[in-house]
Design a protein around this ligand. Structure first.
Ligand code: PLP
Length: 373
């Protein structure tokens, strides 16, 4: 939570918690008064470190619930002092011990996992251990089918060792306006699930369905809670929404060395670039081991130096890449922006036909992260 100049003199990520707060407040402003907000902090909080992100959100009281994909992420949150409920989206039987020991809440998504968990909870003499039902409304990834749900509810309604807290579904193309017909079908399927589930339980079960783009595009489907990941980190998945979001993840480095490459000279591994004319090449200490994949090489991706675009020359190395600064007034030690709030990771990701999610979740843990409020 501090600026340390010696760290800034190398490749580093600045994580803007002020932007995170802005994004969460913006997303929450789209919700009805009583709709809860679940902060999705899986995958190292999309590269930003779940412990730091969740601690900040908890301190500011900006999240009602947290979600992680895997159990170890939830264990780390507990160790970092997170006391709010934590939903595990994708648990396995091997995780049950850690789940109950850390008071994490498992998703039950198949008959197999449901039966295994009930057996485990009984053995541990648990009473009303919180669990969540995943409904498959059309994505066919995880979840019970509509044909199974009566049986699921019959089992869960009589077992005293568990208590169903929420039931949820997931939209498979909520950011894609042309998929609206399918999304509305998924939403109506989820309402069918809800009607069945409600019949079996006397206590209130919370229903949730929307990820970030669902929050923005399907306000009628927020139900009792929403789950946001990418929006918190600053992306609305749509140019129309982007002005409301502020990317929180900024990757900067500096020019380590400049080479004057003569006509015919090569840059980097395996003849990846040959100079057709005298070329100035700047070396930067970020490579494919840091998450800047080789796909960004050979002019696909670029960085910014002194406000100008510098395309990547040749192949991305493991710990370094070289960029073309022939037309840029710069010197060794100058700052390099790989992405920031303006030149976003989403724009860089798009050069390689991928999405912001993939680029930011791939950022290596070896890159120093500096958190600013
Ligand atoms: C990852 C995930 C989310 C968050 O999605 P975003 O598009 O990042 O908001 C929500 N729900 C489930 C089930 C997920 O797996």
């Amino acid at each position: 939570m501090m600026h340390c100049t010696s760290e800034i003199g190398t490749t580093h990520l600045i994580i803007r918690l002020d932007n995170l707060e802005h994004n969460v407040r913006y997303l929450r402003s789209k919700l009805k008064e009583n709709t809860l907000f679940m902060a999705v902090v899986k995958a190292f909080s999309y590269g930003n470190n779940h412990c730091e992100i969740a601690s900040f959100l908890q301190k500011k009281n900006l999240a009602d619930y947290f979600a992680v994909a895997y159990v170890n992420e939830g264990v780390e949150l507990r160790e970092a002092g997170i006391t709010k409920p934590i939903l595990v989206l994708h648990p396995q039987m091997a995780d049950f011990e850690k789940i109950t020991f850390n008071n994490l809440e498992p998703t039950l998504y198949s008959m197999r996992i449901l039966q295994q968990f009930i057996k485990f909870a009984k053995n541990q003499r648990k009473k009303e251990y919180p669990v969540h039902i995943k409904c498959n409304t059309g994505m066919n990834r995880l979840g019970f089918s509509i044909d199974e749900i009566e049986q699921v509810c019959q089992v869960l309604a009589i077992e005293k060792c568990v208590k169903v807290k929420t039931a949820y579904a997931h939209l498979f193309a909520s950011e894609d306006k042309s998929a609206q017909f399918f999304m509305e079908k998924q939403i109506s399927n989820f309402i069918d699930f809800q009607e069945i589930i409600k019949k079996y339980f006397s206590h209130k079960i919370l229903f949730h369905n929307c990820n970030t783009s669902g929050i923005l595009n399907y306000p009628q489907a927020h139900f009792d809670m929403v789950r946001s990941g990418i929006g918190m980190y600053g992306f609305g998945n749509d140019p129309a929404y982007q002005p409301h979001f502020r990317p929180i993840t900024i990757l900067k480095s500096l020019i380590s060395q400049i080479h004057e490459v003569p006509k015919g000279g090569y840059v980097g591994y395996n003849f990846g670039f040959q100079a057709e004319k005298p070329t100035r090449s700047a070396t930067i200490s970020v490579g494919h081991a840091d998450g800047l994949n080789r796909i960004y090489g050979k002019g696909v991706g670029f960085v910014y130096i002194n406000g100008k675009k510098a395309p990547i020359l040749g192949n991305v190395c493991m710990d370094m890449l070289m960029v073309d600064v022939t037309e840029i007034d710069c010197e060794e030690g100058d700052e390099v922006i790989i992405f920031d709030e303006k030149h976003t990771s989403e724009i860089l990701a798009e050069t390689a036909q991928t999405i912001s999610y993939e680029l930011i979740t791939s950022l290596s843990r070896r890159i120093k992260r500096i958190y600013v409020e």
